[in-house]
Ligand binder design. Structure first.
Ligand code: F6P
Length: 407
């Protein structure tokens, strides 16, 4: 029996630090078993390129000590230190269109793959899994995202490094904020989930942390309460403040606002003056408050992967290869309770799809999240909790209840 397997690997969706470390780990573990690994460029688009004759299988072969995707660094070991993806990634296109899907499936066939390792977020894994079912592929998913919103895994590759990046930015911003007694509003990524804002906000010493799960919109009450927090700090002698806002927090009417940091900075500025005009002593110097907004942007998707992200990437890569060796396919590799495990992709993606249909996040910051309690205990303002609806609670409890299929 020929046990020399041919494994494909691709990265899909927005990039993040640690993708290359996963690729390296998969190649090293697979090569040690005598298997061949083929890097698919630009997600599923790479299969189309194969079908259209732009690549022959040997062009895509990844090897521990050198590979030949033209124009890219030789040798794999350096990869675990580099962010981005050497394979390129794809976060657009519609691979489900029948003619596109047909080309993708043909490309897979031409490479003669025995299995595919797909590194992606919830959306891209969902799309690739559908293709896998159509093509009868043996697939293993590995979760990556700085938003940390893939359900069933406590941590996705890239999240830890992004927390580090934002935490460092908050450290840097503290000194300029303090020098000018300013309220520094920092807009952090996290389209639907506030994990990144919450973790980095605590680690970076934020005074206010706003996440979409608790602050779906910047209500008048929220803005007033932030100003009250600033006033309270100023009375106690702290003249500057750090406000972290996740990009998923809605504007005054709950609408998505790409410049939510600027919007919030302006609202705090205006409300501070209005409160001062009430003549109430506690607001007396709020008319002095200056605000500035910083949008951290895509720098959060880069940076040298932290040691933990490299460990996670290495452990996930090893697990993916082990699962292929055991013939246990259609599974998502996950991190839970300090261990690498796996869950059936069917189950994970069912939750993802249901949440997307309802317009909710598949893995939000829950109301009883330890770090939320930590933030509150430290006196961090996290929103108008008396009136904020708990939209995710029911869903996340049901996710928890289904998390029983350990591997
Ligand atoms: O999903 C991860 C994420 O980093 C979000 O937090 C952010 O909104 C989005 O990607 C930006 O993606 P892009 O600009 O690459 O489309």
């Amino acid at each position: 029996m020929n046990t020399r397997k041919r494994i494909g690997i691709l990265t899909s969706g927005g990039d993040c630090p640690g993708l290359n470390a996963v690729i390296r780990a998969v190649v090293k573990c697979a090569n040690r078993r005598g298997w061949d690994v083929f890097g698919i460029p630009y997600g599923t688009d790479g299969f189309i390129s194969v079908t259209e004759g732009h690549y022959k299988p040997d062009d895509l072969r990844l090897q521990e000590h050198g590979y030949n995707i033209p124009g890219i660094l030789q040798g794999l070991d350096v990869l675990q230190f580099l962010s981005g993806s050497i394979l390129g990634s794809l976060s657009k296109g519609n691979p489900q269109q029948p003619e596109v899907a047909a080309k993708i499936l043909e490309g897979y066939q031409r490479l003669g793959l025995d299995a595919l390792v797909a590194i992606g977020g919830d959306g891209s894994l969902d799309i690739i899994y559908e293709l896998a079912k159509q093509g009868g592929w043996n697939i293993i998913g590995i979760p990556k995202t700085i938003d940390n919103d893939v359900p069933f895994t406590e941590q996705s590759v890239g999240f830890g490094t992004a927390v580090e990046t934002v935490t460092n930015a908050l450290y840097d911003l503290t000194f300029t904020a303090a020098s000018h007694d300013r309220v520094m509003v920092v807009q952090v990524m996290g389209r639907n989930a506030g994990h990144l804002a919450l973790y980095s906000g605590i680690a970076g010493g934020a005074d206010v942390i706003l996440i979409p799960e608790l602050v779906p919109q910047l209500t008048s009450t929220v803005v007033t309460q932030i100003c009250e927090k600033v006033a309270e700090m100023r009375r106690a002698g702290r003249k500057f403040a750090l406000v972290v806002v996740a990009e998923g927090v809605g504007g005054e009417n709950g609408e998505k606002d790409r410049c939510i940091g600027d919007t919030l900075a302006q609202l705090i500025h205006d409300r501070s003056r209005t409160l001062c005009l009430t003549g109430d002593q506690i607001y007396c110097d709020l008319d002095q408050v200056e605000t500035r907004a910083s949008v951290l942007g895509h720098i959060q998707r880069s940076g040298i992967p932290t040691s933990f992200d490299r460990l996670l990437a290495s452990a996930f890569g090893k697990k993916a290869v082990d699962l292929i060796a055991e013939g246990r396919f259609s599974r998502l590799v996950i991190w839970r309770a300090g261990q690498v495990q796996s869950e059936p992709l069917d189950q994970v993606l069912q939750v993802v799809r249901r949440c997307h249909e309802q317009g909710i996040c598949p893995s939000p910051v829950e109301r009883d999240h330890t770090m939320l309690q930590v933030a509150q205990s430290l006196g961090v303002y996290v929103g108008d909790l008396d009136s904020a609806a708990p939209p995710m609670l029911h869903e996340t409890h049901s996710i928890r209840e289904t998390m029983v299929h350990r591997s």
